[in-house]
Design a protein around this ligand. Structure first.
Ligand code: MOS
Length: 734
C-alpha cells in the first residue's frame, strides 16, 4: 500500500480498540519471567557453551603480544577467538570501530578475545589468564581540548552540518537585546536493564542468532557483511528486549563473537556483555559543547538565532546532531546552525534516545529561559511569542500539525505556573522551591514497514512482522490495530515479532516504530479484509467487520468462515510518498518541573513533573504514558546525575557500572503527570499517529535546570547539575 495523500476516514477511526488504555498483551509473560530474553533461550540448554569477552586494556595503540597458553590450558576451555584466528572480518555497515579488535586497538574495552568454555565460570576464569602486552599510542580524549582540531562533518542522511538563513551576524549585532552563552552536556550511557546478549547456532552454513536487537533487518545485513556470508544464511530472533534506547540499534560484539565462537567450537555459544564491559565496549551518547546566541526585540521577538555544537567521535564517526531542533523550533528571520566534529579516541559515539534533540534542547531551552529573564518576559510567554507554523528555514513548508503553544498553555494552567515566584524567593522550610519549563520537540519519521496477516477458521488473526518491542508496547498496539481492522476483540489476535523470517518492519528507532509498524499492519489487514470479502463472495466496499463477523447487506458470516477451507495468508507493506517533504512532521510538548533545593546542603529533589504532548493519535494512552514517564525519568537523570566520567589520560569511561553511573530510582521521582492533547495527523499514515518515546525526554533536563535556577537564583550551564556547581551561590538564608 502506498500512502501518498492525507488519510481520510478509515476503520481505525472507529476507535473501538485503538486509542484505548490497554494493558500489555505480553505483560503476563514478562512479569512471570516466562518471556525468554536472548540469553535465556532454552533450545540448546544441553549443548551450549559460554563465551566470555576480553576487552582491551588500552584505548589506542597496538597489541604487541598475546599469550593464550594458560587460558587455553584452563579447565573447560573449548576455543579462543582472536583477530589472529577469526578469519577476515568486515567492519560492517554501521559500526565505526571493529567489533573484534587487534592487533590495532581503537578504543578501551574493544573486544580482543572470546574465551569459550563449558561453563560461564570456566570461561571467565580462563579470561583472567590471558596475558596481553600493548604498545600504548597517544590518543585524544578531551573534547574541550580538541576544539581547535574539530572539522565540519559531511552531510549524513540529508542532515547538513551547517545552515544559514538571512544574515545572522548582522541581525545579532543589531539586536536590541542580545544573549550569548555556552553549555556543556556530558557523555551518557544507555544503561538499559538487559545487557547485550546473544546465543549463536550454526546449522551448516546457516547462522541463527537469538539476540537483543532493535533493528532486525539492518542487523541481519550487518552480521552477514561482518562475517562475509550471505544475508539469506543469517536469521536473527529477538522477541523480547529489556531496553535499548539506541544502544541496540546495531549488532554488537556479543552477537559477532557468539557467531565466531560457535563456528570455532561447532557448538551453540552464548555471550552476554558484562555490565562493566558494556559501557566502554558499546556506544554512548557523545558529550557536547554548545554555543547559543539569541537576538531579540525588547518586546520579545527573536530576530537572530544561532546554535553551534561541538562533539567528538572516533575517526570516521559522526557528530551529535544537537542543533537539529534549532532549525525548526522557533521563528526568527536570521538563523545559523553549525556542527563541528573532533576526532576522539573514546568509545564510539552514537544514537541514544532522541539523539540530537535531547542534548540540543538541554542547551537551547536553558538559553530560552535566560533570554526570557533578560527580556523580563515570562518564559512560557516568550516561547509562545516565537511560535512558527512553518518550517523557519523553508517558509513555504508548513508543519503538518503544531500545537506547541497549546501544550505550553495547558501545562501552565494544570501545573499552577502562575504561582511561580522570582528566583530564590519561594521557600518551604529549609527548601528553596522553584519551577521550570521547557519546550519538547522531536521530529516524526515514517519508515516503510511490512507485515503478514493470517486468518484461521476459528477467527484468530495472527500478525507476523520483524518489528521489535523494546519495552515500548509494540505487541499491544499492533494487536489493537489488527483487532480494529478485522473487527475482533483483542484476545482473538496473536502477534509474533522480532524474527527475521517475518516481513521486514520499520524496527524500533527514532520514535518511528509505533506509527510505522502499525501502518504496516494496517496495510496487511486491509489486504486481508479484501481476501476475506472475496472468499465470502461479498463486495469488500460493503463488508462491515465487527464482532468477529462480516456483514454485507443482509448477509452475515462468522469471520472464520472465510478460512473454512484453509487459512488465508496475506502480506503487505506500507510505503510513503512525499507528504513528509510537503509537510514538516514533528511532535511537540511542554515539560514543567518543580524542584526543591536544600538551602543548607544544596541537595536537589524533583518534587513534581508534568508533560503535555501533542503527537498525533495516541494509539494506546497507557503505553504512551509509560513511554513518556520513562523518558521524563531519564531526562531527570540527564539533568541531575547522569555523566560518564572520562579518564583524560588513559581514555576511558571510569564509572562503567551502575554503581558509578547514577540513574534515577523511584525515590528520586515523586510525582509525574502526562497529558496528551487530543489530535490526529492525517499526513503521517492511516493510523494518523506519531511517536512519543523520544519526545518524552526532549526538554526535560532543561525544565529541571530552569527550576533549579528559579529555586536558587544560581544558573548552571554544565550538566549534570550537581550541588558542587552552585552551592557557593545559594542565597543567604541566615
Ligand atoms: Mo533510538 S536512539 O533511534 O533507539
Amino acid at each position: 500500500m502506498k500512502f501518498d495523500t492525507p488519510a481520510t476516514t478509515n476503520p481505525i477511526d472507529q476507535l473501538k480498540v485503538v486509542g484505548k488504555p490497554t494493558d500489555r498483551i505480553e505483560g503476563p509473560l514478562k512479569t512471570t519471567g516466562t518471556a525468554p530474553y536472548a540469553y535465556e533461550h532454552q533450545d540448546f540448554a544441553a549443548t551450549q557453551a559460554y563465551g566470555y569477552v576480553v576487552g582491551s586494556a588500552i584505548a589506542k595503540g597496538r597489541i604487541s603480544s598475546m599469550n593464550l597458553d594458560a587460558a587455553r590450558a584452563a579447565p573447560g576451555v573449548l576455543a579462543i577467538v582472536t583477530a589472529a584466528n577469526a578469519g577476515k572480518l568486515d567492519k560492517g555497515n554501521f559500526n565505526t570501530a571493529k567489533l573484534l579488535g587487534g592487533p590495532d586497538i581503537q578504543h578501551y574495552h574493544q573486544a580482543i578475545a572470546l574465551i569459550v568454555a563449558e561453563t560461564f565460570e570456566q570461561a571467565r576464569a580462563a579470561a583472567s589468564l590471558v596475558r596481553v602486552e600493548y604498545v600504548r599510542g597517544k590518543g585524544a580524549y578531551d573534547l574541550a581540548a580538541a576544539l581547535d582540531t574539530a572539522v565540519t562533518p559531511p552531510t549524513v542522511f540529508g542532515t547538513a552540518p551547517d545552515t544559514s538563513i538571512g544574515d545572522f551576524a548582522a541581525a545579532f549585532a543589531a539586536a536590541p537585546v542580545q544573549f550569548d552563552e555556552r553549555y556543556t552536556t556530558p557523555d551518557h550511557t544507555h544503561a538499559m536493564m538487559e545487557p547485550h546478549a546473544s546465543i549463536a547456532n550454526w546449522d551448516g552454513d546457516k547462522l541463527t542468532l537469538w539476540t537483543s536487537n532493535q533493528m532486525i533487518a539492518w542487523s541481519v545485513g550487518d552480521v552477514a557483511k561482518t562475517l562475509g556470508i550471505a544475508k539469506e544464511n543469517v536469521r536473527l530472533v529477538s522477541p523480547y528486549i529489556g531496553g535499548g534506547f539506541g544502544g541496540k540499534l546495531f549488532v554488537r560484539t556479543d552477537a559477532i563473537l557468539a557467531a565466531l565462537g560457535a563456528r570455532a567450537t561447532k557448538r551453540p555459544v552464548k555471550v552476554a556483555l558484562s555490565r562493566p564491559l558494556m559501557i566502554n565496549n558499546t556506544t554512548h551518547r557523545p558529550a557536547t559543547i554548545q554555543r547559543i546566541r539569541l537576538g531579540a526585540t525588547p518586546d520579545g521577538k527573536i530576530t537572530a538565532i544561532g546554535h553551534e555544537s561541538w562533539s567528538g567521535d572516533l575517526p570516521g564517526g559522526g557528530p551529535e546532531v544537537a542543533v537539529a531542533q534549532t532549525r525548526l523550533l522557533y521563528a526568527g528571520a536570521n538563523r545559523m546552525t553549525a556542527m563541528r566534529l573532533a576526532a576522539l579516541d573514546l568509545p564510539e559515539g552514537n544514537a541514544m534516545r532522541a539523539p540530537g534533540e535531547a542534548p540540543g534542547l538541554m542547551a537551547l531551552e536553558i538559553a530560552m529561559d535566560e533570554m526570557a529573564e533578560k527580556l523580563g518576559i515570562d518564559p512560557v510567554e516568550f516561547r509562545i511569542l516565537n511560535d512558527t507554523q512553518v518550517d523557519p528555514e523553508k517558509p513555504d513548508r508548513p508543519f503538518s500539525q503544531r500545537r506547541l503553544n497549546e501544550c505550553l498553555k495547558t501545562g501552565a494552567e494544570k501545573f499552577g505556573w502562575s504561582k511561580r515566584a522570582k528566583p530564590g524567593v519561594m521557600r518551604n522550610g529549609r527548601w528553596l522551591v522553584g519551577m521550570g519549563v521547557a519546550a519538547a520537540f522531536r521530529n516524526n519519521l515514517n519508515e516503510k514497514s511490512a507485515a503478514r496477516a493470517r486468518l484461521d477458521a476459528s477467527g484468530i488473526v495472527t500478525i507476523e512482522t520483524d518489528m521489535t518491542d523494546i519495552g515500548t508496547g509494540s505487541y499491544t498496539i499492533i494487536a489493537q490495530t489488527a483487532a480494529e481492522m478485522m473487527g475482533v476483540p483483542l484476545d482473538r489476535v496473536v502477534v509474533k515479532l522480532g524474527d527475521s523470517s517475518f516481513p521486514v518492519s520499520a524496527g524500533s528507532g527514532g520514535q518511528w516504530g509505533a506509527n510505522s509498524s502499525t501502518a504496516g499492519v494496517y496495510a496487511a489487514c486491509a489486504k486481508l479484509r479484501e481476501a476475506v470479502a472475496q472468499k465470502l463472495g461479498v463486495a469488500s466496499a460493503d463488508a462491515i467487520f465487527a464482532n468477529s463477523k462480516v456483514t454485507a447487506g443482509r448477509r452475515s458470516f462468522a469471520l472464520g468462515d472465510a478460512a473454512k477451507d484453509g487459512g488465508i495468508v496475506v502480506e503487505d507493506i506500507m510505503e510513503y510518498g512525499d507528504l513528509a517533504e510537503k509537510f514538516q512532521q514533528s511532535t511537540f510538548g511542554a515539560h514543567f518541573a518543580e524542584v526543591g533545593v536544600d538551602a543548607m546542603t544544596g541537595e536537589i529533589r524533583v518534587r513534581r513533573m508534568l508533560a503535555v504532548c501533542a503527537a498525533g493519535r495516541i494509539l494506546n494512552p497507557k503505553a504512551a504514558r509509560s513511554q513518556v514517564i520513562g523518558a521524563m525519568t531519564m531526562g531527570a537523570g540527564a539533568a541531575l546525575m547522569e555523566e560518564l566520567a572520562v579518564d583524560k589520560r588513559f581514555g576511558f569511561f571510569v564509572n562503567h557500572d551502575l554503581a558509578g553511573y547514577e540513574v534515577p530510582v523511584h525515590a528520586d521521582i515523586p510525582h509525574q503527570e502526562v497529558i496528551f492533547l487530543d489530535e490526529t495527523d492525517p499526513t503521517t499514515s492511516p493510523m494518523k499517529a506519531k511517536g512519543v518515546g523520544e519526545l518524552g525526554i526532549c526538554g526535560v533536563a532543561a525544565a529541571v535546570a530552569n527550576a533549579v535556577y528559579n529555586a536558587t537564583g544560581a544558573r548552571v550551564r554544565s550538566y549534570p547539575i550537581t550541588l558542587d556547581k552552585f552551592i557557593d551561590r545559594l542565597p543567604d538564608i541566615a
